[in-house]
Design a protein around this ligand. Structure first.
Ligand code: AMP
Length: 420
């Protein structure tokens, strides 16, 4: 094949059928679970004022290095950015519309981050997620985490680990950050140059470093769990107890800080053990009790998660679960009569709710049967000159062993319903 003139931009890709129908099935399955748990879908813009995302915190990579930002053609121009995640947009929407709390919403869609592409890391990727705004009850944390856990289970994934931590809140985090900063500064010479820079911006993010040379310092660093106030410790205990109650297993991960600055109290991540560690984060979330206020709304607690669709599908591949759904077309209509019979039969089948397709270009029986085979349809409805003359149709089983039946037009739908 000749070199194409254009390719999809770096870090993006076309999701073609049938892989796209697997992705659609995954999103639909999430939509069903989320709505059954009382979440309504929120559809927000793909781009926002850059300021919305800046509120996520000036020291996060997503904001400082990875933003797809641009100016519109207004006078004066507005500085906009493609969304790198959806929590900020949901909080902006809450501050704008002030719905009655608790506000429970789910979402799906593409996110954009200017990252170095690699396996499982793209510049355009998809997430599904939920957010609950307006309650700091630890039961909300439990419901949120359980929803994510059950979703992975429903796909057939069995090698997912839930990592759990508490990052404290405004009453106890400052003291911890002081202790952490002092410790890291005292040990700065043993940190990588990158982590030394991170330390100046946000000591917490040093704990996120995967660099080998940082690991010894990180291993001995003070832990947030030892600094939790009575209230945040109680909140964390209630979350754990809820998870225990419903049998959702977790690992306490005291160094889990997650990417964005705004998290408080409960944070969690889902790791797919079937994937290599660079891409094994298949989802994550946590509580953010200051974001709505930072966006100009009333002080509102919130918690949610975002799950990476691309990586979940990689994990499904690695575990050999969640196959591509069967083709929607159940019948391929083969018409060699050069009449409108094929068109009419397709109409009849589709009207009865049976997926049907047909070939174009007046091709031979052999050529049409080939297309029928490729379509994935389990049945062919064949119309030749004989059938046309007698008002009948030959139904042929393309996959199983129920052979061939010649039926009248009136019996067609019933015959097919019996066979598929
Ligand atoms: P985050 O908002 O960074 O916590 O991301 C939530 C989830 O989105 C992660 O656990 C990943 O599964 C997925 N994700 C984040 N960044 C990317 C990316 N660049 N490419 C593919 N998936 C991503």
């Amino acid at each position: 094949m000749a070199e194409p003139t254009f390719r999809a931009p770096k870090g993006t890709r076309d999701i073609l059928p049938p892989e796209s129908s697997r992705r659609r099935a995954l999103i639909d399955a999430f939509a069903v679970r989320a709505s059954q748990a009382g979440f309504g879908e929120v559809m927000s813009p793909i781009f926002e004022d850059l300021g919305v995302f800046k509120r996520l915190g000036e020291s996060t990579d997503v904001v400082t290095k990875e933003m797809f930002d641009f100016f519109d053609k207004g006078d004066p121009p507005q500085h906009l950015a493609l969304r790198p995640e959806l929590t900020a947009s949901v909080c902006r929407a809450y501050a704008e519309h002030r719905p009655t709390p608790p506000w429970k919403v789910w979402y799906e869609g593409p996110q954009f981050r200017y990252e170095q592409p690699q396996a499982g890391r793209y510049r355009q990727f998809s997430q599904v997620g939920v957010e609950t705004l307006g309650s700091d009850d630890p039961q909300v944390d439990v419901d949120t985490i359980v929803l994510g856990w059950r979703f992975y289970q429903s796909l057939g994934l069995s090698q997912v680990t839930l990592l759990l931590n508490s990052l404290g809140d405004a009453s106890c985090r400052p003291a911890y950050l002081d202790a952490l900063r002092s410790y890291l500064e005292a040990n700065a010479e043993n940190l990588s140059p990158q982590s030394q820079t991170t330390l100046e911006r946000n000591p917490l993010r040093v704990l996120d470093s995967k660099r080998a040379e940082d690991q010894a310092v990180i291993a001995a660093a003070p832990l947030m769990v030892d600094f939790l106030s009575d209230e945040t410790a109680e909140h964390f205990a209630a979350v754990r107890s809820g998870l225990d109650q419903v049998g959702v297993p977790y690992e306490i991960s005291p160094r889990l800080v997650r990417g964005l600055d705004y998290y408080t109290r409960t944070t969690f991540e889902f790791a797919a053990e079937a994937l290599t560690s660079a891409q094994n984060a298949v989802g994550g979330g946590g509580r953010y009790d200051g974001l709505v206020e930072a966006l100009g709304g009333p002080s509102t607690p919130g918690i949610g998660f975002a799950l990476g669709v691309d990586r979940i599908l990689l994990a499904c591949d690695a575990e050999g679960v969640f196959d591509t759904p069967a083709a929607a077309v159940k019948v391929f209509v083969v018409d060699v009569t050069e009449s409108n019979e094929g068109l009419k039969v397709c109409e009849q089948l589709r009207a009865a709710g049976i997926g049907a397709d047909r070939a174009y270009g007046g091709r031979s029986m052999k050529a049409q049967m080939k297309v029928a085979d490729r379509s994935g349809a389990p049945l062919a409805a064949i119309i030749g000159d004989d059938e046309l003359a007698s008002g009948e149709i030959t139904v042929r089983d393309l996959r199983g062993d129920s052979g061939q039946h010649r039926v009248s037009r009136d019996q067609l739908v019933a015959t097919i319903q019996r066979l598929v």
